[in-house]
Design a protein around this ligand. Structure first.
Ligand code: ZN
Ligand code: ZN
Length: 354
């Protein structure tokens, strides 16, 4: 399982010299799960940099569809190729369906030159509830489904099922289907205006690794207990860190209730959940690299800052920088710093240096 970070800013893209270190794109992460699945988490402006050369099928889960989580989708190359497929999932709790939002907010003349019906890539639209899970089938099963369904693409969409309440079982349970290679569990986050978001916990069965994605989350007093329970023992927690503590507690402007956390709260949630590594993300557009670096490192050391463009890393084809690689458990064997972007901090302290 590898995690890549393509966009770390909240609210609006902030390109410029003061955001070069961590990047200026809005929210987008991607993950490989086994050899079979490429999962994209949100489609902020960073999504356009994902290399589609080696993949035909992508899963895209939206935490929600605020602009900073979907505005990159019209520029994601995969949607324009008829041999590419995109399974999209969005919270059912939105007042409108995902396809309706995309049709009217993103792909509509005169605000964009292409209609959703003009897009040639195959798309499937699914809704998720906080009790749902997506089982990830093996490549063989997926091929069999493709053979069975042929051109009836919308029906194949159901091959990635939803509406399965697996939450009664442990989130870190063994495979629940013989051919299942991984699983995406959902949890409701009510603390984000106006319809909340979904948290995701992605598990790869072969390695037992798990990543929790919790952006646009506002902390509660004592920590978000539902999130702490959901993230228990995860290898990586990707958590909203919009504000500094001073901004979150301040009054100019008042930001409490906007549905975001400060750095300190993210660290508290990660510690309470016993996760191995915390990745801070969704930085406020007011917070330049200096502010992010200062507040990201203050409360937990050691921490790692990777940097855009340094390390000479790129995708295998050399087209796009990979912004963050968090290989597990073979991280030490990966090339050093092949990109950049979020602030990442191990939650287990190494021996203090002298
Ligand atoms: Zn956001
Ligand atoms: Zn939001």
């Amino acid at each position: 399982m590898q995690v890549h970070c393509w966009g770390v800013r909240g609210s609006v893209p902030v390109p410029g010299p003061s955001t070069v270190k961590f990047g200026g794109n809005t929210t987008c992460f991607s993950m490989s799960i086994g050899d079979d699945h490429q999962l994209i988490l949100d489609a902020g402006t960073g999504v356009r940099n994902i290399d589609i050369a080696d993949r035909q099928v992508f899963l895209l889960v939206f935490s929600h569809v605020h602009h900073d989580h979907q505005q990159g989708l019209p520029f994601f190359p995969a949607i324009y190729f008829p041999d590419r497929a995109l399974h999209m999932y969005a919270p059912a709790r939105m007042k409108r369906s995902l396809v309706d939002v995309l049709r009217t907010e993103l792909f509509d003349v005169p605000t964009f030159p292409a209609l959703l019906s003009d897009v040639r890539g195959r798309m499937a639209f699914n809704e998720l509830r906080g009790v749902d899970s997506i089982r990830l089938p093996s490549a063989e099963d997926a091929e069999e489904a493709a053979r069975l369904f042929g051109d009836r693409w919308p029906e194949m969409a159901h091959y990635y099922p939803r509406a399965e309440n697996l939450h009664l079982a442990s989130h870190v349970s063994a495979p629940t289907h013989p051919n299942e290679v991984g699983r995406i569990d959902c949890a409701d986050n009510y603390a984000h205006p106006q319809n909340g978001t979904l948290f995701y916990r992605i598990t790869e069965h072969a390695t037992g690794h798990s990543v929790v994605y919790a952006t646009d989350a506002e902390a509660f007093r004592g920590g978000n207990q539902a999130l702490i329970k959901f993230a228990l023992g995860a290898d990586i927690l990707i958590h909203d860190s919009q504000y500094t503590e001073e901004q979150y507690l301040g009054t100019a402007p008042v930001v409490q209730g906007f549905g975001h956390s400060d750095f300190k709260s993210a660290v508290e949630v990660a510690a309470a959940a016993g996760v191995k590594r915390l990745v801070l993300t969704h930085f406020d557009p007011r917070n330049d690299d200096a502010v992010v670096a200062k507040h990201g490192t203050r409360r937990a050391r050691p921490c790692r800052h990777s940097r855009e463009g340094l390390g000479g890393g790129g995708s295998p084809r050399g087209h796009h920088l990979r912004l963050l690689r968090l290989g597990l458990p073979s991280r030490s064997r990966l090339p050093q710093s092949v990109g950049y972007s979020a602030v990442s901090m191990p939650m287990r302290r190494s021996r203090p240096s002298r």
